[in-house]
Design a protein around this ligand. Structure first.
Ligand SMILES: NC(=O)C1=CN([C@@H]2O[C@H](COP(=O)(O)OP(=O)(O)OC[C@H]3O[C@@H](n4cnc5c(N)ncnc54)[C@H](OP(=O)(O)O)[C@@H]3O)[C@@H](O)[C@H]2O)C=CC1
Ligand SMILES: CC(=O)N[C@@H](CCC(=O)OP(=O)(O)O)C(=O)O
Length: 346
């Protein structure tokens, strides 16, 4: 059994990790880390875990945790892991970090977009960006995984094959994305109150959202070019789900069959990526509660553009599901262990 500790188990991403790991045959959670609920029963924080989890919440002492577990998930705010990580901890246990602390290779870019000083830049280089479908081999040998962001997982996987094959002009890429409110976490914030979100839709972080450089960096590796995108996130009145609609000018004349063949070249063998036919639009409902990414596209000859669309569950493929997928790779387990989650509907 893999012994697992979760720091931030009481947040939405941490709670989803607990839910998924309850169905994992090879993993056992031994530490439910919290900041606000220490010594309280975990099932009193999340009553869906009543009679399922008997443990009490622990603190966020990562040094003590590292002595007891094989892997630590940090589902904590930006800056937490960077402020506590050290060589001693990494010598004892693997870490899958759900925050952005080790996702961006250029520390100056991280500090500019996140507005905080990076406390452990010495570990950025070795951290592996845990987008499993792209970096599977690197993940297997890593000590520290930077689990990708939710908007970024969806946005990158949706455009990746076409960026890699040079089909789209990367200077023209626009990513328009919508997220359910769980993406903002469980902490009380006025913009996320029911009356602010219900029956409402709003853009935020326009031309300034912190996921912009993460998407640019990864699609830059794929295309071999410096990529600058327009990225606009929106908050929509749903609990879960991200839909990314992406627009780019085509560099070549291609047919729908050719585009589909390109997607299939990269994803036909990928269990968690479902490529829909041309003109079939993915919906967040069809992936809810699952680790799937659904991808569709439509050519628009009138504008010489392609519209690419991707849908994920932000808490699963966008966070906890992908984190477990990374854990499975780290420990040589079948990649889908614990992740055979059938989307729920309606
Ligand atoms: N929500 C989502 O869809 C996604 C989230 N993520 C990332 O996962 C991480 C957690 O996000 P999310 O679950 O949404 O956030 P939440 O606000 O729901 O949860 C935050 C968690 O971190 C703990 N925590 C808060 N402050 C500290 C601190 N200073 N030191 C230690 N622990 C602390 C909280 O403990 P307590 O509750 O006990 O106070 C809680 O368990 C973030 O980095 C986020 O960006 C990534 C992808 C998607
Ligand atoms: C709706 C909402 O507020 N979403 C969050 C992104 C989700 C998230 O937690 O970001 P990471 O994936 O980088 O960890 C935001 O816009 O900051």
């Amino acid at each position: 059994m893999i012994k697992v500790g979760i720091i931030g188990a009481t947040g939405y991403a941490g709670g989803e990790l607990v839910r998924i790991l309850m169905g994992h045959k090879e993993a056992e959670i031994v530490w439910y880390g919290s900041r606000s609920y220490i010594d309280q029963k975990y099932a009193d924080v999340y009553r869906n875990m009543f009679q399922i989890v008997d443990a009490k919440c622990m603190d966020d002492n990562i040094e003590a945790l590292a002595d007891q577990v094989d892997v630590i998930f940090t589902a904590t705010p930006q800056g937490f892991l960077a402020s506590v990580i050290n060589e001693n901890i990494l010598g004892k246990t693997k870490i899958v970090d759900l925050s952005a602390d080790f996702r961006i290779k250029d520390v100056k870019v991280y500090e500019k977009w996140y507005g905080i000083e990076h406390k452990s830049p010495q570990f950025i280089e070795e951290a592996v960006y845990g987008l499993c479908e792209v970096n599977r081999d690197k993940v297997k040998g890593a000590r520290l995984i930077a689990n990708p962001g939710c908007y970024t997982t969806c946005s990158i996987l949706t455009a990746y094959p076409l960026a890699k094959e040079g089909i789209i002009d990367m200077r023209t890429l626009i990513v328009d994305a919508k997220s359910g409110t769980s993406g903002a976490g469980r902490g009380a914030k006025v913009p996320n109150l029911f009356c602010e979100v219900n029956e409402n839709m709003k853009a935020y972080g326009v031309a300034s959202h912190r996921h912009t450089p993460e998407i640019e960096e990864q699609l830059g590796y794929a295309s071999g070019e410096n990529v600058t995108i327009s990225f606009t996130p929106h908050l929509v009145p749903m609990n879960r789900g991200i839909l990314a609609t992406e627009y780019a000018t085509l560099k070549k004349d291609v047919t729908g069959e050719e585009v589909k063949a390109i997607y299939d070249k990269y994803y036909a063998d990928e269990k968690f990526v479902r490529v829909l036919g041309e003109g079939v639009c993915p919906e967040t409902k069809w992936v809810e509660g699952s680790n799937y990414v659904d991808i569709g596209f439509k050519l628009d000859p009138r504008t010489n553009r392609i519209v690419m669309m991707g849908a994920i569950d932000n808490l699963v493929k966008g966070a906890a599901g992908q984190a477990v997928q990374n854990m499975n790779l780290l420990f040589g387990l079948p990649e889908s262990e614990g992740l055979e989650l059938v989307p729920m509907f309606p």
